[in-house]
Ligand binder design. Structure first.
Ligand SMILES: Cc1cc2nc3c(=O)[nH]c(=O)nc-3n(C[C@H](O)[C@H](O)[C@H](O)COP(=O)(O)OP(=O)(O)OC[C@H]3O[C@@H](n4cnc5c(N)ncnc54)[C@H](O)[C@@H]3O)c2cc1C
Length: 375
């Protein structure tokens, strides 16, 4: 392990903070990681069972490239630490409608990034996935090497490895920079949905928290149609639907959620009970697309929050006035997969005098009105 003298304090053991801390520690730095609740806890955006890893991002090729890089790093990490089961290569099926601009742009980006994918015709989709009641004209992009990452366990694994290689983890909160000694250490606030509370003037109106509800449905006993490999992770964003789901992983049930932004939420005080409206919306969707599950029992449920920036681009930047203070956040409902690349990017920005920043990640490019473009 190389040696280095600068010390770093990372606040937040979600996927961003965990990877930033781990990456800096691997580079030989003295790093302390703090979280008052614990890695990937139930109220964090990184909590919960699973997250999608996919590289299709329409015209936003920067995220295609980051997803490819991150998947390689996730897989190396899991292989090196003997945890291969935390990435399940189910494939990701993105259902597409005719003349779907996002899908057309994704195909170009996937080819540019040499991502292995299949273009499935409507007939292919119906033949391969008879459990999906795809309307006529619905084809798909199938990313073969994509899949599901076991989210909470994966973050906890990164923190465990971080401490194993000499990083210090403490169950504590970092205070605002004006209350800390910013000469002693570089402070990195990777506090996800709490960033707006910590920096009300700077980020309070630049991060929009939305309530996101997730349901798990019990699959009929002995019915393997809703398990991998019969069913991959899938997304169904046609006709304003914004639905996505997972096959039955680790026997938790068929997971179903809507990516449309829900109402505002406070991560400290919100009740984490799914609303009757969401249950009704999910049931009606199931009847249409997965009719065999229309009456399936709800076996688990979660309420989480997205921490959205105005357009969905991350904030990975230095504090505008405090030299030793950095932000990492704004995962905007798609950040999990990118944890490793975020760690690499921010570590490079902080430690290299010659690194050139990506304008989309700068604080100055974040608006105070929401207009989502990244999906
Ligand atoms: C329902 C749902 C589905 C999603 N699906 C996907 C998906 O399929 N694919 C994907 O790539 N992404 C997905 N995302 C997005 C992704 O999960 C988030 O972008 C990502 O987890 C954000 O991680 P984070 O580390 O920034 O924040 P968090 O995980 O919230 O971590 C922030 C941490 O900071 C800590 N903290 C707060 N204040 C302090 C303090 N003062 N000092 C120290 N620590 C502090 C908190 O306790 C918390 O643990 C989804 C998100 C949700 C909610």
């Amino acid at each position: 392990m190389p040696r280095n003298t600068t010390s770093f304090t990372v606040a937040g053991a979600g996927v961003f903070g965990a990877w930033i801390a781990y990456t800096l520690r691997r580079a030989g730095h003295a790093v302390t990681l703090l979280d008052p609740f614990g890695p990937a806890h139930s109220c964090a955006s990184s909590g919960g069972e699973s997250r999608i890893i996919r590289a299709s991002y329409g015209t936003d090729e920067i995220y295609t490239r980051m997803a490819v890089r991150s998947l390689a790093l996730w897989e190396t990490f899991f292989a090196e630490t003997n945890r291969r089961q935390l990435f399940q290569r189910t494939g990701v099926l993105w259902l597409t409608e005719p003349d779907d601009a996002h899908a057309n742009a994704s195909r170009v980006a996937l080819r540019n990034a040499k991502v292995d994918f299949e273009d499935l015709s409507p007939a292919d989709v119906r033949r391969r996935y008879p459990q999906i009641n795809a309307a006529s004209g619905v084809g798909a992009i199938f990313e073969k090497n994509a899949g599901a990452i076991m989210a909470r366990q994966a973050v906890q694994a990164v923190v465990e490895e971080f401490t194993r290689i000499g990083g210090e983890y403490r169950h504590a909160a970092l205070r605002r920079p004006e209350e800390e000694d910013t000469r002693a250490s570089v402070l990195i606030y990777a506090c996800g949905p709490w960033l707006g509370k910590l920096f009300p003037d700077l980020l309070g109106r630049r991060i929009f928290l939305s309530r996101q509800e997730v349901l798990f449905f019990g699959v009929p006993p002995g019915d393997f149609r809703f398990q991998s490999p019969q069913l991959p992770v899938w997304l169904d964003f046609g006709s304003q639907r914004a639905m996505y789901g997972f096959p039955d992983l680790e026997a938790r049930g068929f997971k179903l959620a809507c990516d449309r932004h829900g109402p505002p939420i406070d991560p400290d005080t919100a009740d984490r009970l799914v609303s009757p409206e969401t249950i009704q919306q999910m049931r009606s969707y199931l009847s249409e697309r997965f009719p065999a599950l229309a009456h399936a029992p709800i076996v688990d449920a979660r309420v989480c929050q997205y921490e959205n920036t105005s357009n969905g681009d991350f904030i990975l930047d230095r504090h505008p006035t405090l030299e030793n203070v950095w932000f990492a956040g704004g995962g905007s409902g798609h950040g999990f997969k990118h944890g490793p690349a975020v760690g690499e990017y921010l570590a490079r920005m902080i430690t290299s005098a010659h690194a050139s920043p990506e304008s989309r990640f700068l604080f100055s490019t974040k608006a105070t009105a929401q207009s989502r473009v990244v999906y």
